[in-house]
Write a protein that binds this ligand. Sequence first.
Ligand SMILES: NC(=O)c1ccc[n+]([C@@H]2O[C@H](COP(=O)([O-])OP(=O)(O)OC[C@H]3O[C@@H](n4cnc5c(N)ncnc54)[C@H](O)[C@@H]3O)[C@@H](O)[C@H]2O)c1
Length: 437
Amino acid sequence: MKQPSEIRPAQGRLGVLLPGFGAVATTFVAGVEAARKGIAKPVGSLTQMATIRLGKRTDARTPFIKDFVSLAGLEDLVFGAWDPIPDDGYASAVNAGVLLPEHVEPIKDFLKSIKPMPAVFDPAYVKKLNGPNTKSGPTKKDLAEQLRADIRNFKSENGCDRLVMVWCGSTEVYVQAGPAHQTIEVFEKAMEENDASITPSMLYAYAAIMEGVPYANGAPNLSADFPALEQLAIEKGVPICGKDFKTGQTLMKTILAPGFKTRMLGLSGWFSTNILGNRDGEVLDDPESFKTKEVSKLGVLEHILQPEIYPDLYGNMYHKVRINYYPPRGDNKEGWDNIDIFGWMGYPMQIKVDFLCRDSILAAPIVLDLALFLDLASRAGMKGIQEWLSFYFKSPQTAPGLYPEHDIFIQHWKLKNTLRWMMGEEQITHLGVEYYE
Ligand SMILES: NC(=O)c1ccc[n+]([C@@H]2O[C@H](COP(=O)([O-])OP(=O)(O)OC[C@H]3O[C@@H](n4cnc5c(N)ncnc54)[C@H](O)[C@@H]3O)[C@@H](O)[C@H]2O)c1
């Protein structure tokens, strides 16, 4: 990738398009509006709260990221969504039950003003859902063209300078990339022929890229993670990234596992189980959608711990992930981890983690950061897969043949070094010999 020679400033309005207007998406838009009104702080967002060190430790240059790179301001964001369920932002937020009335009621009119556009939806790909707010058309290509028209209309009706799209829709059934996904020519032909291996989320990704709109995928389904759309993104000069927001249990896993490995502690087993009661939990109760999620969650430990390099420490680890739909908990999930580690001379130890987390509260700042960073990447002329944003994903999209980096600390370092690189600042290696000369 070429170092940006110039970055266009973030002037004018940035439209954030959200396929899927459920718990995560409404918590995100409500949080942005609450921050704009001074009701709540955007906790968890690097673009809003984090600083970045520049130069030597003795230089005392540590600006906020948002002052270092040109990012769209919260006041410049406008929101659009698609959902097969016709609920406006207020009804959907109340139904999701993530936010308290004291946060939802003061912004009721704002939330009500966001009404989802008819979705490209097919219950064959999300078995536990159905809704009337959908598009129809003779072919998948035709449906994608309708989405492209929505994108153009949204942009002109809202006076947007630029757009980004973040998939916040349900997890689709497990589909692997096949012949239809290899080149853009066969992909377009397969859309015309209503090929079953093309899912709705792929049509949104295609529409976004064709319209020059950066695309991030917050769910584990393929969406834009295959050669045809990766190539199209490069041709059209569009940044893309995915997959599956890193929240809850996987966030904890990618914080803890690098710690064990840095100390060369062994791992014999990691059993993870979750109970959650939101709509996402209901969708994941379907074995085919769960399979997509399971693949996304399981890869993490293998990649961090590298059992092939450390057979004595990680060669026999047993890793299991379960998700159970349990309605009383709503969005307030409980994730248990039982971790069997071993130390000096093989002596076993156990760690138990019980994370009473709020999924959408952890996901919302990720949506915001992805929207702002993808817009930055686009203004900087960066295109194709943006691996520096793997910090935000359970299953980071990478160049073909490259294994993903899952260690959250490496991902964080990579993200900040990319910002330094974009701005022509020195990389920080933490070598530090210069202080001892
Ligand atoms: N909350 C988290 O921490 C988290 C973490 C990682 C990934 N995710 C993923 O993010 C997605 C959203 O999660 P959520 O909790 O908001 O779920 P949700 O069920 O509350 O919202 C998803 C919405 O997507 C809609 N939808 C489904 N198919 C669609 C389509 N084809 N077009 C447009 N809309 C469609 C559904 O009707 C629903 O309203 C899920 O795929 C979930 O797995 C969430």
